[in-house]
Design a protein around this ligand. Structure first.
Ligand SMILES: *Cc1c(COP(=O)(O)O)cnc(C)c1O
Length: 606
């Protein structure tokens, strides 16, 4: 059945009708249901019956309802579209028993025409899901082909390297993904009572200990649902710490100019004022500027947010001094752990003296990501911050002085078996090897590209960490080629672009990860060197400055195979610049991104 407005309404109607049956029948046993509801009915218990009485009998019947710490006479029950009438009767039997009443099953006879239990004025009258796409595919065959077509358009890790700097696009092993299809892992409710989730909790706790060891910290919270959410959670930990010490006025957060955009955003969201710290021309934090700003703000300094190795792809050599300066001025140090793929097993935020960090399990620890998929951004803390870890309104987790940051106590817990499998299968030694290969792979690319591209920042030994920045600014002057043009030309070569224009304007940031074999690293280097050669042809006047293979990239199959071809370069150069067995065809020709970003157009597909 296609997902049309009709089918969605049918589902919703069924849910609401069954919830209505529950509410009406429960009344017969003395319960007081909420008047208006969609899928969730809150029942006041009958006089002489408490929620605890209901809970006891519900557990005997293997049913979990929602109970509330602050309302001992409330039971909340929620339905989805998988519920059938028999389930409703099972629930009613529990409610009747708890109230000491005789249970009579609800039977739908002649005049029980299902009616919506939603007041007329709250019912939706407008149309929705009107686009064609919701009506087009009526069988599994059609649906499968539709999804395959979308997949072929996509360039994902199962076809090519995705060298997105700062994103750590490693290919996770199939064995790490398999547990997600097990009923034991995918059918558990986030708020299930602890004694019904022992296996899951054991896994979470064991993995928490490993991650504490890796970060050099004492305790961890899995509640944040992304790196940015981890930053926000870390900021609330720091804020609650200052408040507990009677220093709630501390609200200045120092952030280096090179920071990821989420840093100032999440810090500001947590109530901080941001003071930006300069970078030196070598891409490192300007320690003098940091010291000046820390001292100038010493009475109100809350913390520093620092990424290590930095988003410039180098191990900040002054990191220990930087941490010391912040501590001496009354602030704490938040380490953004997005680049942990260059630290695991070799060093750690705790070892360096930071106070709290987040991890991106969807970067360093193998969860697939991209396309906005779910993430997990746990935060780990040093001893003095344990009491401030996020707590939860219903489930006992975190510290007594923490703030809840997500609806579910362990965040996107369903994804945790991926990281568990990744760590368990690699072991400590394997995880350290991963870090070494990630750094080695990056330095291999750096060595091959040197001389073709300007590598923006390298440490004093001329090395990069696990990623590097290629400066493409000069090509704009020499050939009229912008960094976005290079990103699009890479599609013709069968590559996803590296990170464009972050953290430095006009650059590409390349991160290979340990996942990539030598052949793929070489293929990327060959492609980038090939593009450099194409730029040189423009520089030398052999190719036109506007009408050339880079400016007119990417090349779709439709364009290359058309009967007419009027471009000053060959079709082969356009589509097959280097031999590759698995030719990826971009599906859209060059569009003006900047124009698109500034002019939002809503196209109704009719
Ligand atoms: C990815 C990243 C973040 C944010 O993580 P999300 O999971 O995308 O919210 C923060 N800082 C750095 C350096 C990152 O690379």
């Amino acid at each position: 059945m296609p997902i049309t407005a009709n089918s969605s309404q049918n589902k919703a109607t069924k849910i609401n009708v069954l919830a209505g049956v529950l509410a009406r029948e429960a009344k017969k046993y003395g319960y007081k249901p909420t008047e208006n509801f969609f899928d969730t009915v809150c029942l006041g218990t009958p006089d002489g019956t408490s929620a605890a009485d209901v809970r006891k009998i519900a557990i005997e019947h293997k049913l979990n309802f929602q109970y509330w710490n602050d309302c001992p006479n409330c039971v909340t029950i929620s339905f989805d579209e998988t519920v059938v009438l028999q389930d409703v009767n099972n629930i009613l039997e529990v409610l009747a028993k708890a109230a000491g009443k005789q249970f009579t099953p609800y039977v739908c006879t002649g005049n029980c025409v299902p009616a919506l239990n939603i007041p007329e004025k709250l019912q939706r009258k407008s149309e929705f899901l009107t686009q064609d796409i919701f009506k087009k595919y009526h069988s599994e065959t059609e649906m499968m082909r539709y999804m395959k077509m979308l997949e072929v358009k996509d360039l994902s890790l199962n076809r090519a390297m995705i060298p997105l700097g700062s994103c750590t696009m490693k290919l996770n092993a199939a064995a790490e993904m398999l547990p997600l299809s097990w009923a034991e892992t995918c059918n558990i409710h986030p708020l299930a009572p602890a004694d019904q989730a022992q296996g899951f909790i054991e896994m979470i706790e064991e993995m928490g200990q490993w991650l504490c060891k890796i970060t050099g910290f004492k305790a961890i919270s899995f509640q944040p649902n992304s790196g940015a959410a981890g930053e926000y959670a870390g900021m609330t930990v720091i804020r609650n710490y200052h408040i507990a010490r009677g220093e709630g006025h501390r609200n200045i957060c120092l952030i280096p100019a090179s920071a990821h955009g989420t840093n100032p955003a999440s810090s500001a969201k947590a109530g901080n004022k941001i003071v930006v710290v300069k970078s030196t021309e070598h891409g490192e934090i300007d320690v003098n500027d940091l010291r000046e700003k820390a001292e100038a703000n010493r009475d109100n300094l809350s913390c520093l947010m620092v990424t290590y190795p930095s988003t410039h792809g180098v191990f900040e050599e002054a990191i220990l001094e930087i941490i010391k300066i912040v501590h001496e001025n009354g602030g704490l140090v938040y380490m953004d752990g997005a680049n942990m793929n260059a630290q695991v097993g070799l060093t750690s935020p705790g070892f360096m003296g930071a106070d709290v960090c987040h991890l991106n399990l969807h970067k360093t620890f193998a969860m697939p990501h991209g396309g906005g998929g779910p993430g997990v951004g746990p935060i780990a803390v040093a001893e003095h911050l344990i009491d401030f870890l996020p707590k939860h309104a219903i489930v006992t987790v975190g510290g007594s002085k923490g703030s809840q940051v997500a609806a579910s106590p362990y965040g996107s817990a369903y994804l945790l078996p991926i990281t568990y499998g990744y760590m368990k299968m690699l072991g400590g030694k394997g995880l350290t090897e991963v870090t070494k290969y990630a750094i080695l792979n990056a330095n291999y690319i750096k060595a091959r590209l040197q001389g073709h591209y300007k590598i923006l920042y390298t440490g004093t030994n001329g090395m990069c960490a696990h990623e590097m920045i290629l400066d493409c600014n000069e090509f704009e002057r020499s050939a009229g080629v912008q960094v976005g043009d290079i990103a699009k030309r890479l599609m013709d070569y069968g590559f996803h672009a590296p990170t464009v224009a972050f953290p430095v304007h006009g650059t590409l940031m390349v991160e290979p990860t340990e996942s990539e074999p030598l052949s793929e690293l070489d293929r990327l280097c060959d492609a980038l060197i090939g593009i450099r050669q194409e730029i040189r042809e423009i520089e030398e006047g052999k190719a036109d400055r506007v009408n050339n293979v880079i400016k007119r990239a990417p090349h779709t199959m439709g364009v290359v195979c058309a009967d007419t071809w009027d471009r000053p370069y060959s079709r082969q150069q356009a589509a097959f610049p280097l031999p590759h067995e698995d030719k990826y065809w971009p599906t859209v020709s060059k569009i003006d991104d900047a124009f698109g970003d500034r002019n939002l157009v809503c196209v109704i597909d009719k």
